[in-house]
Design a protein around this ligand. Structure first.
Ligand SMILES: [Zn+2]
Length: 403
């Protein structure tokens, strides 16, 4: 039996270094790991043992090549621990217990009214999270962290919503503090569009280091990934493109108090308003999408124009960020190619040729799951960071010493 209490003396950061190598899911032998790290094989064995005790690494289950002997290859144990992922919208909450690759083990959706304020909504999330962990056949001690997306600006340093327009009573509420006190695990909170960008990238564009995810629904916002990292800006409001002025809309009032904002022209409700003025029955993004799917020419033209309006703002973003992918998501993305075609028409015309040479403008593949997937990725990035793995190994050593 290897004495785990020796692990901290061996250097816990080196244990997490080994784990970061195994996180890619590729099985490796102790000999391969020794050769990659330059460590002695016996040292690798001690570190693998510590990671197996934490449930983060497991032997591969392929017995065919080992003739019945225990496997000599090790990899990430994706189901050894879990995270909780929570997508909070204006009227819905979607919760998942996910494995360490972000795949859901159990999911639950419920309706809420965000305008009721933080306490009833957070209490409902806490009790549903507990019962979902039970349903998944796991315990809260298996859950490493919880990631939450909120439909408003979130101050990154504190995880508190800041003046969120559709969330009365939530301004500066200590969401992470309240959740952590109840569940006893680390809580990460971010804006919903930011986590959608993380989810979309993980699912469909893992190699894209420069990606803009645009959510078009009741509002319009974007999540920006630059050089592989989500860009939150100084106050956490980076990517909030909904209130950039669009020339066509100088006489259109926006709920923010200005005129001619992108959101006042191209959001689902804005398009629905324009269609009502033409005598069509439409009040939401869903109504507009259904009209488009039925081939209504007025709706198709309005959606294409909304795409052009978005293109006006996005061509400036292309000049600033030089993305390789722009993903259009949110409820209005279900209008499909008509919206995307409008965006492409303007972006490809207005941007410098070098910026659009390899630029793809596409519909979201993660679709309605982008936010919950992104919330799990937010929690996983935190929980499996070198610092957190180091802390878990150190705690293991302390427990072994105490025994
Ligand atoms: Zn505005």
């Amino acid at each position: 039996m290897i004495d785990i209490s020796r692990a901290p003396a061996l250097g816990t950061s080196a244990v997490s270094d080994l784990f970061q190598i195994l996180r890619d899911g590729r099985p490796r032998t102790r000999t391969e790991l020794a050769s990659i790290t330059g460590l002695a094989r016996s040292t690798v064995a001690i570190r693998i043992d510590a990671l197996m005790r934490l449930g983060l690494v497991a032997p591969t289950s392929d017995a065919t090549s080992t003739g019945g002997r225990p496997s000599s290859q090790f990899t990430l144990n994706a189901t050894g621990k879990t995270v909780l992922a929570v997508d909070v919208g204006a009227s819905h909450v979607h919760i998942a217990v996910s494995d360490l690759l972000g795949s859901p083990i159990a999911e639950h959706a419920m309706t809420i009214d965000i305008a009721e304020g933080p306490e009833p909504v957070i209490d409902a999330i806490i009790s549903s999270s507990r019962s979902l962990v039970d349903t998944a056949g796991r315990s809260m001690s298996d859950v490493l962290a919880i990631g939450i997306g909120l439909p408003g600006p979130v101050e990154h340093s504190s995880g508190r919503p800041i003046n969120p327009p559709i969330m009365p009573g939530w301004d500066r509420f200590d969401v992470p503090g309240r959740m952590r006190a109840a569940l006893g695990i680390p809580v990460l909170v971010d804006n919903d569009v930011n986590i959608m960008a993380l989810g979309e990238r993980d699912l469909a564009w893992p190699d894209a280091d420069h990606l803009i995810f645009v959510k078009v629904a009741t509002g319009i916002g974007s999540g920006v990934i630059s050089d592989g990292y989500l860009q939150r800006g100084a106050q956490g409001i980076a990517g909030d493109i909904g209130h950039v002025h669009v020339p066509r809309g100088s006489d259109v009032a926006c709920h923010c108090g200005n005129r001619g904002c992108l959101e006042a022209l191209a959001s689902g409700p804005a398009i629905a308003t324009a269609l009502r003025e033409r005598g069509l029955a439409a009040s939401s993004s869903l109504d507009v999408v259904q009209l488009v799917k039925r081939g209504n020419i007025d709706a198709i033209q309005a959606v294409r124009q909304a795409g052009r309006d978005m293109g006006e703002v996005l061509s400036a973003c292309v000049s600033l960020i030089n993305p390789s992918v722009i993903v259009i998501g949110g409820a209005m993305a279900a209008a499909g190619e008509h919206l995307i075609a409008g965006v492409r028409e303007i972006v490809y015309t207005r941007s410098m040729p070098l910026a659009t040479q390899h630029l793809q403008i596409v519909q979201s593949k993660a679709a309605e799951n982008a936010a919950v997937l992104g919330a799990s990725i937010l929690a996983i990035h935190f929980a499996l960071s070198p610092e957190r793995v180091e802390a878990m190994v150190a705690a293991l050593g302390e427990r072994a010493t105490a025994v």
